[in-house]
Write a protein that binds this ligand. Structure first.
Ligand code: B1M
Length: 213
């Protein structure tokens, strides 16, 4: 019988084969994929974050742990996302310029897809102009920005200013998130909303959409 702690441990030691197998076993046991995220993947990555901060783990080990997290996420993704359901709206999503962190952003994307949104994921290190282009091209109702570094948070403000300055894109609602952010910071840069985690990102996207209708 697979346990959440085994999955968290596989992520911490960077074992992508075990993390994938354990995620699959939990799914086969009938466990809700959101529970697997909250009780296995997040706690594992949380330990990695703490060890990284305490210099007990270094970048290569963190990357290997991130790979193990992605392997488990690959198992959960099809279960978290819906297919064949009419879309609620389009969300263009990305990590801002200068920032390469994408694990949280990918989770937000998966949860949004699971919540019935079409997600256009632009990846990491995305410049402001690209966000504007893609919002226009995809006629997105919502733009989601992620940042994990205090040094890249200000790039969110640049994107919001570029969006607001563009006639075609200025009605798009902007939501922001990422570990160093706060509601106060989101308000100070003129974001329409801030979500502290992937589940609340879905609630926020629904709320932003309802404000538009
Ligand atoms: Co980086 N890193 N990192 N790192 N890294 C942090 C963020 C850090 C806090 C570690 C530390 O010192 N304790 C620190 C930032 C310090 C700061 O700015 N105050 C840091 C640093 C310093 C760096 C480098 C500068 C290190 C160096 O090179 N010296 C470097 C920068 C590279 C760059 O981006 N230019 C760097 C590099 C890396 C790796 C490449 C090794 C790797 C990233 C791999 C990848 O993402 N593919 C990495 C990792 C993994 C981390 C930690 C350990 C884990 C981040 C993570 O994935 N968390 C992190 C420490 C930590 O956070 N504890 C750290 C799990 C993820 C599920 O959570 O991303 O917070 P999170 O996402 C959450 C919420 O924030 C929210 O929902 C998600 C799910 O609930 N959310 C949103 C996120 N985006 C959202 C968007 C929304 C809504 C909600 O709406 C659109």
């Amino acid at each position: 019988m697979a346990k959440y702690q085994d999955l968290a441990d596989a992520i911490i030691r960077g074992d992508n084969v075990a993390s994938k197998e354990l995620a699959q076993k939990l799914v086969d046991q009938g466990v809700d994929p959101v529970e697997i995220l909250n009780e296995g993947l997040f706690p594992g990555m949380d330990v990695v974050g703490k060890k990284f901060k305490a210099n007990e783990m270094y970048i290569p080990e963190v990357l290997i742990a991130a790979r193990a997290m992605h392997a488990a996420m690959d198992v959960l993704k099809p279960l978290l996302t819906q297919t064949g359901v009419p879309t609620k709206g389009v969300v263009v999503l990305g990590t801002v310029q200068g920032d390469l962190h994408d694990i949280g952003k990918n989770l937000v994307g998966m949860m949004l897809e699971g919540g019935g949104f079409t997600v256009v994921d632009l990846g990491v290190d995305v410049p402001a102009e690209r966000f504007v282009e893609e919002v226009k091209k995809n006629k997105a109702q919502i733009l989601g920005l992620s940042a994990l570094l205090t040094t890249t948070m200000p790039a969110m403000k640049d994107v919001i200013e570029a969006i607001r300055a563009n006639g075609e894109a200025k009605t798009t609602k902007v939501m922001v998130g990422g570990a160093p952010l706060t509601q106060e910071y989101a308000d100070s840069i003129g974001a329409d909303g801030y979500a502290p985690d992937a589940s609340s990102a879905v609630d926020l996207a629904n709320e932003l959409l309802s404000r538009m209708n």
